[in-house]
Design a protein. Structure first.
Lengths: 474, 390
């Protein structure tokens, strides 16, 4: 049997008020706020965050497979999971795979993980789902979408929630689609897709999985159901005759928005965070059909709760000052900062252990911990005598500056965007010089606690260079 | 060190262009002006007498290889070497040229440096060359030094007002230097109210972006006397210390002292036979790329104990008429920092001062002085000591 061993989630710190979007785009406001990936975040970096949250203190070396579900991978040709596996410092023989093309790729990934575990081909499979979808400015999708990620660790045994069954329905309906050459998803008519797709396929998959497991809807404590918008969500809940107050997991529309591929799992994580032993949880995703999964919390669920930040990330938001900032974050407008264009992909590849895996070197001669890895110890001069060590990701600011010549950086109220740089002393004693992302410049000083986050550092030579930055503790 | 080069090499000619924005001149044009001026002062003919050239420049749009000097000067068929050691390139060119003379390889050589920053195709210092790793440790030049100020504020209670006094002092001196880019006095209030560049460094805490070239002619003392009589200065020491490009990753980085400065100074003092620099030297020209840098340099050079540099400025010790004038020329604060040219210009300034030719900004009783050139993120320091011949 396969079960959920752990869970995690991530929601970026930035929010935009839908009223602010509406004021600028001229439409009605859907009210509330939506989450916005920072300028240096994308589905890949958010997946890393959710993965870190999910793994917590677990040994990343035990992961056998990694699936990355998204419809907004920054690469059309290049596997996101490979970069994520490196950032999470997984083994070199891990099986990695991107699952894409449909917003239910996340639930499909969980099914594939459960199948691999049940077949005995893998012991632990990490499923990451993330989306930072681009929506056409002024479209409904721009307001309804949110950016975020969720993670589930699937493994042998019952874990904290036993995976009881899966069921799917498929439907070649022209719901939202995005061709290779499209900048944004096309939406033919959202009402059409809801009526003939969503409200048809979701109940079908849900009924099917309940029948397979011989469980009635009344027995199920929580329904974590993807929906493209709150109205469709309510329509589905009513069609399924759910008790809206007790059985329906809130879809976080007013605080986060619909996080695409991640959303069904994000809601399941929210349900797991409050579940008690023995409770049944149904999660269903949608996209050209539906896939539903039924799980049942075990006696271990309560030990896991509180170990992860999970949907608490949704609570610590900072409002973007304007729709202009939102468009800038979504790369819709040119910030006008001069950029030099070239960098060395070869050097980046060669330095993977430092740049992506966050390895420092521990000198065998003097014990000194240093970053980045290099052949000769900076402290005692010993040559080729060190071990690679994965660094901790928490530390304190030793010194810093706000660099007004490099940008665009953070988002202060005065409109000037310096880039903050910090000298950080990590808890393990290693010292790093890092860019600080998402900072509140008024809250940075010597001694300020920070944590490390995986972000896009720059984009040159037509490549995306990812690496580690510091950010305020969330 | 076996013997070093103390008093083995003489400076017989200096040439410095006006520093500033030279939109209408190429790097070659500036090199021609500086080198010919230096040769003129030295009473030597470039093509006939000069045997080799060391030329420094950082950015490749200013030129590459020995061509940066060979082509504009039409100085062909002889040794010309481009020297690059970040912002300390200039003084390193002088060092290499001096060693060739001291070794007896050549009788008469030229060291020169130039930088055409406006030709780099962008505003400010182009990062194209500075940014050496795809994702690790990059920032603007002021941000290299700003964390030192944050650390000094915390450790010693220094303030932005303390930094401002350095800028005011240097602008006071530079206002009288005809070659300076910024020939104007400023007030502490201007410094404190200027826009922020890299917190806590504001606009006037930073040196400007300038262009220019400088050259010196070097020879043996016996040849010097035959060419210019007594009108030459003698190199007492030339030292260079290279530290890490990534100081902030070092577990022992404090921001309160720059190890390259300390080591280069100790090396130079030993070569020149100096034990108490504050007493035995008469003045200094130092690399005040940022106000905080000048203060830390005082301490690194051993002019005062750690934490007391601000007092030297406050009490007027380092003013032009003080007990130990620092940057009587106005420093980088007024000259800006055409990277490859700066170190050569500093050696030219020492020569002018010890020869008593620093009209308008002459230090009293300037018999022996020190120049300090700093490169990279506090990483490459060069120290020259130049005085009257023994």
């Amino acid at each position: 049997m396969a079960g959920i061993l752990s869970y995690g989630a991530y929601v970026p710190v930035w929010r935009i008020s839908r009223d602010e979007i509406a004021r600028n785009s001229g439409g009605g406001s859907m009210a509330g706020e939506r989450a916005v990936a920072s300028r240096d975040e994308d589905s890949l970096t958010m997946a890393v965050e959710a993965g870190l949250d999910c793994l917590g203190s677990l040994d990343s070396q035990e992961i056998d497979e990694l699936y990355f579900a998204t419809t907004s991978s920054p690469f059309v040709e290049k596997q996101g999971a490979a970069i994520i596996a490196s950032a999470l410092d997984l083994r070199r023989d891990v099986t990695t795979c991107d699952m894409t093309g449909s917003l239910r790729a996340s639930v499909l990934a969980v099914k594939a993980a459960a199948d691999a575990v049940q077949a005995g081909r893998a012991r632990k499979v990490l499923v990451l789902a993330a989306d930072a979808r681009k929506a056409r400015p002024r479209s409904d999708l721009e307001q309804s979408s949110g950016d975020g990620a969720a993670a589930l660790l699937i493994g042998a045994g019952d874990g904290i929630a036993r995976l009881e069954g899966f069921a799917s329905a498929v439907n070649a309906i022209p719901g939202p689609w995005k061709r290779t050459e499209d900048d944004y998803p096309n939406v033919f008519d959202a009402r059409f897709d809801t009526r003939y797709g969503f409200l048809n396929d979701m109940p079908q998959a849900m009924a099917s999985v309940m029948a397979k497991c011989e469980v009635g809807a009344d027995t199920i404590s929580r329904f974590a159901l993807y929906a493209p918008d709150p109205r469709s969500h309510m329509a589905l809940a009513r069609a399924m005759k759910l008790d809206l107050k007790t059985q329906l997991q809130d879809i976080m529309f007013s605080s986060v928005g619909v996080t695409g591929t991640a959303h069904s799992l994000l809601l399941l994580v929210a349900a797991l965070e409050r579940a008690t032993a023995g409770q049944w949880l149904l999660c269903a995703g949608y996209g050209e059909g539906s896939t539903a999964l039924l799980s049942r919390a075990t006696g271990k669920i309560e030990q896991e709760q509180g170990k992860h930040r999970g949907t608490k990330y949704a609570l610590s938001g900072r409002l973007l000052p304007s729709y202009g900032h939102f468009l800038d974050f979504k790369n819709e407008i040119d910030t006008g900062w001069p950029e030099w264009q070239k960098s060395s992909v070869v050097r980046y590849w060669r330095d993977e252990n430092s740049a992506l895996r966050l390895h420092g070197m521990k000198c065998r001669a003097c014990g000194g911990l240093q970053y980045p890895v290099s052949r000769v110890c900076a402290l005692c001069g010993a040559k080729d005598s060190y071990e690679d060590v994965r660094l901790t990701r928490k530390g304190k600011v030793f010194s810093y500056t706000h660099d007004y010549l490099l940008g665009p950086g953070n988002v202060p109220p005065d409109g000037i965007s310096p880039t903050t740089r910090v000298v950080v002393d990590l808890e393990d004693g290693c010292r790093l010089w890092l860019e600080m992302t998402d900072p509140d410049t008024s809250e940075i000083g010597v001694g300020t606690p920070v944590e490390l986050t995986f972000r896009l550092v720059n984009e040159k030579s037509n490549y995306r260079f990812y690496g580690w930055k510091a950010r305020p503790v969330r | 060190m076996r013997e070093g080069i103390r008093d083995k090499v003489a400076i017989i000619g200096t040439g410095v262009t006006k520093f500033g924005e030279h939109w209408d001149k190429s790097a070659g044009d500036l090199i021609v002006d500086a080198v010919h001026a230096a040769c003129g002062e030295a009473n030597v003919d470039l093509k006939r007498d000069v045997e080799a050239i060391w030329a420094s420049t950082l950015y490749y749009w200013s030129g590459m290889s020995g061509w940066i000097a060979a082509d504009p000067l039409r100085f062909y068929g002889k040794p010309v070497t481009r020297v690059e050691n970040q912002c300390a390139s200039g003084m390193d060119a002088v060092r290499n040229a001096a060693y060739a003379v001291a070794a007896g390889a050549y009788d008469i050589v030229v060291a020169c440096g130039v930088e055409k920053l406006l030709d780099q195709g962008g505003r400010g210092l182009s990062q194209e060359i500075v940014h050496t790793h795809p994702v690790l440790a990059w920032q603007s030049a002021p941000a290299y030094f700003a964390p030192c100020a944050v650390s000094a504020f915390k450790e010693w209670g220094w303030s932005r007002e303390d930094l401002a006094r350095v800028a005011v002092k240097n602008h006071h001196n530079g206002a009288k230097h005809p070659k300076a880019h910024f020939q104007m006095e400023i007030t502490a209030e201007m410094v404190l109210k200027a826009p922020m560049v890299a917190y806590p460094l504001g606009l006037f805490d930073c040196c400007g972006l300038s262009e220019g070239a400088a050259a010196v002619v070097l020879t043996r003392p016996d040849i010097a006397r035959s060419l210019v009589g007594d009108s030459y200065a003698s190199i007492k020491a030339l030292a260079l210390a290279v530290e890490t490009q990534w100081p902030y990753f070092r577990p022992d980085w404090t921001g309160l002292a720059l190890p390259a400065n300390v080591k280069a100074a100790q090396m130079a003092y030993r070569e020149a036979g100096i034990t108490n620099p504050r007493r035995e030297l008469d003045f200094a020209v130092v690399h005040d790329c940022f106000t905080i840098t000048e203060l830390l340099i005082y301490q690194d050079l051993g002019l005062c104990p750690p934490g007391e540099a601000t007092e030297l400025v406050k009490s007027g010790v380092t003013a032009i008429d003080g007990e130990f004038p620092v940057n009587p020329d106005g420093g980088l604060k007024c000259f800006g920092h055409p990277v490859g040219a700066t170190g050569v210009r500093m050696v030219a300034e020492l020569t002018k001062q010890v020869l008593g030719k620093a009209e308008g900004y002459q230090v009293k009783d300037a018999n022996i002085g020190l120049a300090h050139n700093l490169g990279g993120p506090q990483a490459i320091a060069s120290v020259a000591i130049v005085g009257k011949p023994d």
